[in-house]
Design a protein around this ligand. Structure first.
Ligand code: PEP
Ligand code: MG
Length: 321
């Protein structure tokens, strides 16, 4: 694309009636952050930190390695938001240097925040690195796979301990670093009010939320046709989450692959999302679609989708087959 096209894509986006929305990008490496910002993303809404852990052969990345990677990503973002998700390992993702337990149901097993809260030194190292990188500005931290307030509070307490340590060591960091949780389990949806009261932002992970709401394995091709984020149950879960977030002045975004399809923008704007985080190549098309939307019409579409009785009705409303 031309430089002029890149410059146009980078402009903040508003609907026709002037509602502003941030369109950020998902990234799984520092190189991808660079590409995403070049394609006009308003920041990084999901930085999947697990790539740093999966690339290595000989053990967890140390604080220096992580600080350097996060700080470089923050520098590339130039003050735009950089949402660093803490390690989301387990499920279908393993590490060459760490023996995970054999599990019958890895997606219902020892993954993400459950691993971090148990391997606490490893988690502290990551939190310290994120905090150190936050001195560059724009950095936010987000916890994956939260199912309870107890987990969130445990993670927040560790974050506080790390802050205290850095203060004692006179290492600079952003004391007001925004903290968020991924809403990707039914439990988090039902506890959204309580969670929203204790964090600055939510990001709905529709890849996992769809899997867990519908009890349909996201990677099982045999039942791929059942894996449908436009099932009214998933749409209702999104509505509950957005409304709970806004009751508590908590920002709410979405970072599942679902958000990257421009045809879904009307539903997402209508549900009231403040930001969408999409695969980098989708940024220009999603922004373009948002520019053509009218909020009241989008809200009507969202209301109808929430009230729909079947997935086919929602597909018809949204205009995707
Ligand atoms: C999600 O679950 O929607 C998500 C964005 O996280 P991941 O795909 O990395 O599990
Ligand atoms: Mg997920």
């Amino acid at each position: 694309r031309s430089a002029a096209a890149d410059a146009y894509a980078s402009q903040p986006v508003t609907t026709r009636d002037g509602r502003a929305l941030a369109v950020l990008a998902n990234a799984g490496s520092v190189d991808e952050v660079e590409r995403a910002i070049r394609s006009g993303a308003d920041g990084i809404g999901l930085f999947r930190s697990e790539f740093l852990y999966m690339q290595r052969q000989d053990g967890f990345p140390d604080e220096q390695v992580q600080t350097a990677a996060y700080a470089r990503a923050a520098e590339l973002c130039g003050g735009r938001p950089l949402v660093i998700r803490t390690l989301d390992i387990g499920g279908d993702k393993s590490l060459p240097y760490y023996r995970f337990p054999e599990e019958e149901n890895p997606f219902l097993g020892w993954r993400a925040i459950r691993v971090s809260l148990e391997l606490r030194d490893m988690f502290r190292t990551q939190l310290r690195a994120i905090l150190r990188a936050s001195a560059r500005g724009g950095v936010r931290v987000m916890f994956p796979m939260i199912v309870s307030l107890a987990e969130l509070r445990d993670a927040l307490a560790l974050l506080e301990e790390c802050k205290e340590e850095l203060r004692r060591q006179e290492v600079p960091f952003d004391d007001r670093i925004p903290v968020g949780v991924m809403i990707e389990t039914p439990a988090a949806v039902f506890m959204a009010d309580e969670l929203a009261a204790e964090v600055d932002f939510f990001s709905i992970g529709t890849n996992d939320l769809t899997q867990y709401v519908l009890a349909v394995d996201r990677g099982n091709r045999r039942i791929a046709a059942m894996y449908d984020t436009l099932h009214p149950a998933v749409v209702r879960a999104m509505r509950l989450t957005v409304d709970a977030a806004h009751r508590h002045g908590c920002e709410v975004g979405i970072c599942g692959e679902f958000a990257g399809c421009a045809a879904h923008a009307e539903l997402l704007v209508g549900l009231g999302f403040d930001e969408l985080s999409v695969a980098p190549p989708s940024v220009p098309a999603v922004k373009e679609r948002i520019r053509g939307l009218e909020t009241p019409q989008a809200e009507l579409t969202a209301r109808r989708a929430v009230e729909a009785a079947t997935a086919s009705e929602v597909h018809e409303l949204i205009g995707v087959g």
